[in-house]
Ligand binder design. Structure first.
Ligand code: FES
Length: 429
């Protein structure tokens, strides 16, 4: 090789090495920026750690003095949570992709309130209390189904997808009876156009409230987090399972239901130590009981909604959703089965775990406590329990007469209920 060609080969090698270094550093800084972003978001969490795989030191918990000792077990606490939180907060409950044709409905139970969501002929989802207006039996017969007319099986009252009473055998022609006054009671519902998430609020006063109110920020956070930009989504799989634990203990650790799939390193010519990316399935928790998870390297995301049915029982609803219309059946099946297995094992672990506030992660518990205390203050000031989810009692003269007769009969039979003052003594915190 001549001196000139050696010189040119040297220059060529130098240029190639220079380009690799520049690319390498660009990639390195880009990754660090992404990591910083990850840390900046207070709502994104690290991957799940199975409770039963925690070390002894990690499982040590401290009981904060500000939390009542029966925080995870008291029925009175649960009743207060029903009134103070689940009866009046907007709850991310489901996704539009679960509803495809008019009449599709899904039933949910939140703190003993059975509600169902149904797709109308106008392709709008509406929510109703699952309570027949005749004698209060449930209207839907299955957890999920499809029908444009829902008939109560007891005496045949039937309702359409708008909740209107369309048939009331034996009542036609009864003086003063109007079908229009006996439609199903509507539950306030909002849909995010951006992400397709469906939110409900059991507070009856919010039906005509045009906006999602103070929880708008949470809705926007979900839109941003999922970044679907109004893309049509496809429901992949999901179901509800019951766990024998207090719902609050499942959100002590925000990663309890995170399947923690690590992000695959993207193909790169760069040395492996530059190409490392530690991002995992990331989570966004939404007060009070919903969390959404993005699964890296896929178009998939899933939600976990925890709704209590008593102080010791919680319904866990999971749904896996794809933001792509193309189905990758095998991959989707594998992830659905992973979520199903994780939910079941975490539910078992929660049933056996210590239910105390974790000192490292008490922010969510504190948010709950603040909400309870503030509601209790209002109740004490009014001298009565405030249950926003209760629909106003009928106040016709006949109804009031019947009510007063029932109360008299209760007193005579000694079936008096606990007074508000007695209840407040129990919740003396
Ligand atoms: S309770 Fe539904 S028709 Fe009677």
């Amino acid at each position: 090789m001549t001196e000139t060609s050696t010189f040119f080969v040297g220059i060529l090698v130098g240029v190639v090495l220079g380009v690799i270094s520049i690319l390498g550093f660009t990639r390195y800084f880009a990754l660090n920026e992404s990591d910083k972003e990850h840390k900046r978001s207070p709502m994104e969490f690290k991957p799940a750690k199975k409770l039963n795989s925690m070390t002894k030191a990690e499982s040590v918990v401290t009981k904060e003095a500000e939390f009542p000792p029966d925080w995870f077990s008291s029925t009175d606490n649960y009743n207060l949570e029903t009134r103070a939180i689940f009866s009046k907060c907007w709850i991310l409950l489901t996704h539009t992709s679960l509803f495809s044709k008019p009449g599709d409905y899904h039933t949910f139970t939140i703190c003993g309130y059975s509600i169902f969501l149904i797709l109308g002929k106008d392709f709008k989802i509406r929510a109703f209390h699952n309570v027949c207006r005749h004698r209060a039996y449930t209207v839907t017969r299955k957890e999920s189904g499809s029908s444009t007319v829902l008939g109560c099986k007891y005496h045949g009252w039937s309702y359409d997808v708008m909740g209107r009473l369309v048939k009331a055998p034996m009542f036609d022609g009864v003086p003063g009876f109007r079908k229009d006054d006996n439609g199903l009671l509507e539950v306030p519902l909002r849909v995010s156009e951006e992400s397709g998430t469906v939110w409900v609020n059991l507070d009856a006063a919010r039906v005509n409230d045009g906006d999602i109110g103070g929880d708008k920020k949470e809705k926007e956070a979900v839109d941003l987090f999922l970044g679907l930009g109004g893309n049509k989504c496809r429901w992949v799989d999901g179901r509800t399972v019951e766990g024998g634990f207090n719902w609050k203990s499942a959100i002590v650790d925000s990663n309890t239901f995170n399947i923690g799939i690590p992000q695959r390193p993207r193909p790169s010519l760069l040395p492996s130590w530059l190409g490392k990316n530690h991002s995992h399935t990331s989570a966004l928790h939404l007060f009070p009981c919903s969390t959404v998870y993005r699964i890296p390297n896929t178009n998939l995301w899933y939600s976990i909604i925890l709704t209590p049915s008593s102080s010791t029982k919680t319904q866990i609803r999971w749904d896996l959703i794809s933001s792509s219309t193309k189905s990758t059946i095998e991959a989707e099946k594998a992830i659905a089965s992973q979520i199903e297995g994780m939910v079941s094992s975490q539910a078992k672990a929660l049933e056996q775990s210590l239910q105390l506030v974790d000192d490292k992660n008490k922010d969510i518990q504190s948010a709950i406590l603040v909400q309870l205390k503030s509601h209790l203050r209002v109740e004490r000031a009014l001298g009565k329990e405030v249950t926003p989810a209760m629909n106003k009692a009928k106040t016709s003269e006949k109804f009031l007469q019947a009510e007063s007769l029932c109360k008299e009969l209760d007193c005579l039979s000694g079936k008096t209920t606990r007074t508000n003052a007695q209840r407040h003594d129990i919740l003396a915190w």
